[in-house]
Design a protein around this ligand. Structure first.
Ligand code: ZN
Length: 100
C-alpha cells in the first residue's frame, strides 16, 4: 500500500552537493560507508558525487606503510655498511699477514 505514514527515529548526516550546493541528508551509517569505500552516489539533483578525502584509518595505514619502508631501507643500509666494514677488516688482516 502507498501513502501510509509512519514515525521512526533515524540518525541522518547532512552534506552539501559540491556541484549545485543543495543540502541533503542520508542515514549516518550510509554516509560512513560511502566515506570508507569512496563509492559514488548522487545528490537529489542527480550530480554524481563521492567522498574523496582519506579516512583516518587510511591515513594511519599509509603512515604505517611508510614507516615499514623506512625501517626496511634503514636495515638494508645497515647490512650494506656491515658488509663493507667486514670486507675492509678482512683486507687489513690479509695485508698484515702478508707483511709479517
Ligand atoms: Zn547537485
Amino acid at each position: 500500500m502507498s501513502g501510509e505514514k509512519y514515525v521512526a527515529e533515524v540518525e541522518l548526516t547532512s552534506t552539501i552537493c559540491a556541484a549545485c550546493g543543495v543540502a541533503f541528508a542520508m542515514p549516518s551509517h550510509m554516509e560512513a560507508e560511502l566515506r570508507r569505500t569512496h563509492s559514488g552516489f548522487y545528490c537529489p539533483s542527480g550530480h554524481s558525487l563521492s567522498f574523496t578525502a582519506k579516512s583516518g584509518d587510511e591515513k594511519l595505514r599509509e603512515e604505517l606503510e611508510t614507516a615499514k619502508r623506512r625501517i626496511q631501507d634503514f636495515e638494508a643500509e645497515r647490512d650494506r655498511r656491515r658488509e663493507q666494514t667486514a670486507k675492509a677488516r678482512d683486507a687489513r688482516r690479509r695485508k698484515l699477514r702478508a707483511v709479517s
